[in-house]
Every structure is written in C-alpha cells, then in structure tokens.
Write a protein that binds this ligand. Structure first.
Ligand code: UTP
Length: 499
C-alpha cells in the first residue's frame, strides 16, 4: 500500500489535498482505510474529474441547452408498436423471440447499481416490497418471470432453455443483493445462471470543484451512472461470459419497473427480425410536458432528448393526425446485440459524455461535524445507458402500452407519482384485468358480487384485489384453466401452491 507521503503528493498533483485534512485525528485503522481508498484515485483522472464536474455544474446552472432546431422525430419505419402493428405481425415477432430464447441466445441484464435516494430506503431497491398481498419483492417478481419465460419457451420448442440473469450492482448494492439472493435460494433459479458484477464509483464533488469527504476517513463516492454498464462489462469480463454461453441478444432493464416484461419475446423478436443492433421500448407520453426523455433524432442520429432540452413549444407540437410529434417516451428498456455491446465496451465507451446530477451529499464540515444537507450541495457525474444509441448502425424502437408495461418505483409514498402505491396498483389492476379476461368473477368476503370496472383510475385500487404469480402467468397467458367461470373472493392470490 502507498504511504501517506506518496498519497499526499498524488493528491497535491490532483489539487485535492483537502481529502487528508483530518489525518492527524484519525486512528491507525481509519488511516489505513482512507489510504486504501485514496490510492485508487489516479491523480490525472481525479483532477480532470473534479474540473469537469465543476464546469458541467456551471453550464447546467446557466441557460439550458435546447436541441429543438436540431431534432426530428425519425423515420416511421424504425418504430414497431403493440397497438398499431397487425396482430399476425406481433405473433410472428413473438414466435421469433421465443425461438431465440429456446436456443439459449437471449440474456437479461438488470441495472441495479443505483442508490435509490428518492425512495429513501437503506437497502437496494430490488429488495423493496411494495405491499402486494404476497409480499413479494421486485427481485422475486423478476426471478419468477424469468422462470416462467424459460418454461414457456422450452414448452413451445420442446427444449430445456436458460435465460441467464446478469445483475449490475455497485458498492452500495452488491453485498446486500448477494445476501438476499442467498437467503432466498436464488428464488428457484440455478445460481450459476445469476451473474452479479459491480460498476465503478466516482467521487462526488462540491460546487467549489473539491471532492467531498462523507466522513473524516471516507471520500463521498457515487456509482458512475447506469451508463457505467459499458465499463463494468469490460472490467468484469461479462461479455466473455455471455459469449461462452452462446448469448447473442441482451435485454437491459431497470430494477424499479414493476411491470417489466423481461426478455419480452415480442420485443426481442421484433428487434431480431429488423436486424437491429440496438433497440428501445417506448411508451406514449401521458401529456406533452411530461418530464420524460423522448427517443428521436438529433442531427439525423437517434438519441434520447431530455425534457429539459426541449422548449415547451416543441414538446406541444402535434402531427396533422393530432398525435404528438415527440411522443416516444423512453422507459429504460433496451435491446442490444452482443456484437454491439462488444464495440461499445471495448472501443466506444470513452466517447460517452457525462451528465451532471446535483444532489444532497452528506459531508463533514470544517469542524469535523457530520452534516446532512437540506439543499443540494454536490455534483455527481453519471453516464447514461441510452447514450449509446448514437453509435447504432440500425436502431429501432418498439412502442408498448404504458398500463401494461411501465410503472416505475422512484419516490416514497409522500410523492404523488411513481411511488410504492402507484406501482402496487399498476400491478394489481393488470392482474385484475387478466382475471376478468380469463372469465373470473369477484365477490367480497360476504359473498356479494363485486361489479366489474374497466377503466384504470391511477389513484385508486381495483375493485377486487387479485395477484397472480409470475410462475403461473408471464403476461396474462394460460389463465383460463385456473380462473374461467370461477367466483374468486377478494383479496385473491393465485400462486403455484394453490393450483
Ligand atoms: P435512477 O436514475 O432512477 O436512479 O436509476 P436510482 O439510483 O434508482 O434512484 P435515485 O435517482 O437515487 O432516486 C434508473 C436505473 O438505473 C440504475 C438504477 O438501479 C435503476 O435501475 N442505476 C442507476 C445503476 O445501475 N447505476 C447507477 O449508477 C445509477
């Protein structure tokens, strides 16, 4: 390990000597752990990182960069749609997806390295239980969807197939996630098919361009964004693992979407049939000014444009048929070929720019007191997973129905959207619809019929509570045999123990 003098010299070179300012007060153990952390920070990179963070913060604080005059919606041919494509076409895509899955050519990759600061829990978001009758966590729901999908593909093609689950974690989420999976016996998945790996961390920087100490003996570090994926794939030799398993296509998704259709055969089949190297699922915006990124072209190249980069006039622009011109809301649900990921991870990653996030970063003040700031005080630099679209040779998008596929868990229940309650309701409404479609009827505890309701008021629970295990149905299929013509007492859980 490097000695104090050497570490101090390197910090001076980086202009970050303040990180040792409590040195005299530290115990031997604290000194050791601080030196261990600091020696990993290469002086040139640290200097550049802090300079870039401060510069990005200044730019962000000045007038927002608008992209309006460089944007176009893209050619209609690049977009497939669950609502607009003919049913036979959707079925062909689905079959192609199942064929690829049955041949062990499809993997799913979960982005689970985020800190979930808005939700405000101390453990990884995937371990969150949104209050479903079963008490299942997001990780469990996802694991069960993988198991069901393997079963469906295997049944269709009379094979035994595997969809490996790659999970990108960070310093915050790796250990608890590993322990959680161990404690639950990997939710019935073969542990050899769950591959966890860790993304890199970067120092959080104050508005003065100085890296922040979160304790006297610890630098405030944050994961390098979900676009840290590409470096993490290379660091951990994940692409080699995929290659060894014969994987050709990867579905990348976020941990917090309770409705995520992992390795969705229709999406995978659509992308494969189009010969795409990179694809994104999108949903229609709920309203023109909705704060979501939109997939479109900028200077003729596909990318995600953030809502802050568009003027209200452009966000409101309509086509002659009345639809919104920029309507393809990004839901962090991507398709990549293995070949594309190889090019990104091994060659093009350094060309991805950083985005700046201004956050509240706990720190020690000059007197050594721990402070939990009430206002944002720090700059975190992040890469975004979707910033690779610009490098695709053949980019496609696939529009899906929001109520069926997208309900993210971002905030605590004190917020009015993207909360545990909205996620729980989204899933329960979906399962209620599936049950009705399968021919079920609902009664209350005293046997009185509960009237059917078809619309989905976001703020309300469905009239009857019904939760269906993903082990029984991946996306509403195969339920007639369990539910047709049955009277179900709400709340009702359909799980494998009950069939
Ligand atoms: P968000 O941008 O919503 O961040 O992540 P978050 O960490 O979950 O929540 P906040 O912003 O702190 O409240 C979108 C997805 O990207 C993953 C998250 O785990 C989530 O699945 N992510 C985010 C990473 O994997 N690594 C990161 O560095 C950041």
């Amino acid at each position: 390990m490097q000695c104090e003098a050497e570490v101090r010299r390197r910090l001076q070179e980086a202009g970050q000597e303040q990180l040792l300012r409590f040195w005299a007060e530290l115990s031997a153990g604290q000194r050791e752990s601080l030196l261990e952390e600091l020696q990993l920070l290469e002086p040139g990179e640290l200097r550049e990182h802090c300079r870039r963070a401060q510069e990005a913060y200044r730019e962000e604080s000045s007038a927002p960069q608008r992209l309006d005059h460089r944007m176009s919606p893209g050619h209609p041919d690049y977009m497939g749609s669950v609502r607009r494509s003919p049913p036979e076409q959707l079925q062909t895509w689905e079959e192609e997806g199942f064929r690829q899955i049955s041949q062990d050519r499809v993997a799913v990759l979960l982005l689970a390295g985020g800190q979930g600061t808005r939700l405000g829990v101390t453990y990884p978001k995937g371990m969150y239980n949104v209050g479903l009758p079963s008490g299942k966590t997001l990780y469990q729901i996802q694991a069960e969807r993988i198991r069901r999908l393997q079963h469906l593909a295997g049944e269709k093609y009379s094979t035994r197939c595997t969809v490996p689950w790659y999970i990108m974690t960070s310093e915050f989420t790796l250990n608890p996630t590993q322990k959680f999976f161990e404690a639950h016996d990997f939710f019935g998945i073969d542990r050899a098919d769950v591959v966890m790996f860790e993304q890199r961390m970067l120092p959080a920087v104050g508005f003065d361009g100085k890296a922040i100490l979160e304790r006297k003996d610890k630098v405030a570090m944050a994961p390098d964004g979900n676009g840290g994926l590409y470096r993490a794939l290379a660091d951990n030799r994940i692409l080699e693992d995929m290659e060894a398993r014969g994987i050709a296509y990867i579905h990348v998704y976020c941990v917090d979407n309770i409705l995520v259709k992992m390795a969705d055969p229709t999406f995978v089949g659509f992308c494969v049939s189009k010969g795409a190297d990179c694809g994104a699922k999108v949903v229609e915006k709920s309203y023109p000014s909705e704060p979501v990124g939109v997939v479109c072209q900028v200077d003729g190249v596909y990318q995600v444009v953030e809502y802050s980069e568009i003027s209200p006039e452009t966000a409101e622009r309509h086509n002659p048929d009345g639809s919104l011109t920029y309507n393809a809301g990004n839901i962090c649900n991507h398709f990549f070929t293995l070949d594309f990921l190889k090019i990104m991870a091994r060659t093009l990653e350094p060309r991805l720019g950083y985005h700046v996030a201004i956050k509240k970063v706990p720190y020690v003040d000059a007197e050594g007191n721990l402070v939990k700031p009430v206002r944002p005080n720090g700059i975190k630099m992040e890469k975004f997973v979707f910033d690779v679209f610009q490098f695709a040779q053949n980019f496609v998008a696939f529009e899906v129905v929001r109520e069926e596929e997208f309900s993210p868990l971002k905030n605590a229940d004190t917020a009015d959207k993207d909360t545990p309650s909205t996620s729980r309701r989204a899933l329960l409404w979906q399962h209620y619809r599936w049950a009705l479609r399968a021919g079920a009827r609902f009664t209350d505890a005293s046997g009185c019929a509960i009237a059917e309701v078809s619309s989905v008021p976001e703020a309300e629970d469905p009239p009857a509570v019904c939760e269906i295990s993903p082990l029984i149905s991946y996306f509403g299929e195969g339920l007639d045999v369990h539910l047709n013509n049955r009277d179900l007492t709400s709340p009702f859980i359909l799980d494998i123990q009950g069939v």
